[in-house]
Design a protein around this ligand. Structure first.
Ligand SMILES: [Zn+2]
Length: 408
């Protein structure tokens, strides 16, 4: 008698092995030995299969896979179904077993640690080969953020992908516009063979690390959103293979300065595997003219600042020139300070102009404040003419308009 397994279990084992499970790979090697079941399995167990345990949510199901087995002695004279060829498949003759029990039946396999067992148990829930790739178009980010494209199954524990606050159509649109057109970010996406999304992480190709002596550009993997925990490992491994220098030490939103080195950063003396508790880094935003509006909730570079040269910076800590935070779930940034459209000063006045420019350009009258300067109409709005040079917005006014797009 050979070892018998269901087609579904076979398929799940093949996919789990291709998705990096060592246990799945080892079990397949055992099954390919083509010997009697007693050579590879303990006791009278045989006829292995799987069972789905389902919890339904609005747009997806949480599915856990358990294993099933028949441990009856099919040839025992007292076995009621003796000689019935269907005996091992009657549910009453089958038992449901957990991952570790299933693996434990294979007598030639080593003891696996709890991490390998957990990886296998998690992997077996996805019956497809997972493809991980780096994408660089705005439309790729829209696709990866939109919930309708997510896999309709998730693990029974946390699924940060299905719970992501940026998954709605309008927020996915704003996130993609911001990441691609303003911030110059790319995205790493994990998909199954039917192109359903199981994981994603923003990839920053041009992050600035600086100390008083030098400034270098490195690449950083941001937080991974996932339907199954093993997807995190696949994305980490892929990012490392693509040369990413750093990833978050903790896959969360509240430790933006804690990182781990994936690939050596020689000029800063950081070797692979080094954990860093407090590293400051930032992105000098590309600020393309094609950026239209909106901002995502960000896990790492959520502090927005404007530097002395008038560049928009996204930083993992509050720095000089701080104006806003990307920590809202409605697809817009939260304004902390204003930037003056005339002199570029960052200030806390309730109106957009700084106090000095306001008192120069406006005067108080019996009926309220009026502009005390030449005016220009631009895109259906009236502005002081000092914000224009030869009919076109000044650099400071342009910067102001670019920053305002974060809030609308
Ligand atoms: Zn001003």
């Amino acid at each position: 008698m050979k070892t018998k397994i269901t087609k579904e279990l076979k398929s799940r084992l093949l996919h789990a092995a291709s998705n990096g499970s060592i246990i799945a790979r080892d079990i397949l090697t055992e099954l390919r030995k083509n010997t009697d079941v007693s050579q590879i399995i303990r006791g009278t167990a045989n006829y292995f299969g799987t069972k789905r345990k389902k919890e339904s949510y609005t747009n997806y199901n949480k599915i856990r896979i358990t294993f099933t087995v028949c441990t009856k002695n099919l040839v025992h004279p007292n076995f009621p179904d003796k000689d019935n060829p269907q005996a091992p498949w009657f549910p009453e003759n089958r038992e449901e077993i957990e991952v570790s029990t299933f693996v434990g039946y294979f007598k030639n396999l080593p003891e696996y640690d709890s991490e390998a067992l957990a990886y296998f148990g998690n992997c077996i829930c996805v019956n497809s080969k997972i493809h991980v790739r780096l994408y660089d178009k705005m439309s790729d980010i829209v696709e990866a953020y939109t919930a309708d494209n997510y896999s309709n199954i998730a693990q029974t524990g946390e699924s940060s992908l299905h719970g992501s606050c940026m998954r709605h159509e309008d927020t996915a649109r704003n996130a993609a516009d911001f990441y691609h057109n303003l911030a110059g970010a790319k995205i790493i996406v994990a998909k199954d063979s039917a192109n359903n999304i199981l994981g994603r992480a923003i990839f920053w190709p041009q992050v600035i690390l600086s100390n008083p002596e030098k400034e270098i550009k490195i690449s950083v993997l941001d937080r991974v959103y996932f339907s199954h925990t093993f997807i995190i490992n696949l994305i980490y491994d892929y990012a490392k293979s693509q040369g990413a220098h750093l990833r978050k030490l903790k896959n969360d939103f509240d430790s933006p300065q804690e990182l781990i080195v994936l690939n050596v950063i020689e000029s800063f003396g950081l070797s692979e595997g080094t954990k860093i508790e407090d590293l400051h880094m930032y992105i000098r935003a590309l600020a393309s003219r094609w950026y239209k509006n909106g901002a995502p909730y960000m896990d790492t570079f959520y502090n927005v600042a404007v530097d002395k040269e008038g560049f928009i910076l996204l930083s993992n800590k509050k720095i000089d020139g701080h104006i806003a935070e990307c920590r809202k779930t409605d697809g817009l940034a939260g304004r902390n300070r204003h930037i003056c459209p005339h002199c570029r000063e960052i200030h806390n006045n309730s109106h957009d102009l700084c106090e000095k420019c306001y008192s120069e350009l406006y005067k108080s009258t019996k009926f309220g404040h009026v502009m005390n300067c030449k005016i220009v109409t631009y895109k259906n709005e009236t502005y002081p003419s000092v914000l224009f040079k030869r009919g076109r917005p000044t650099a400071n006014f342009n910067l102001y308009m670019q920053v305002e797009k974060l809030y609308k």
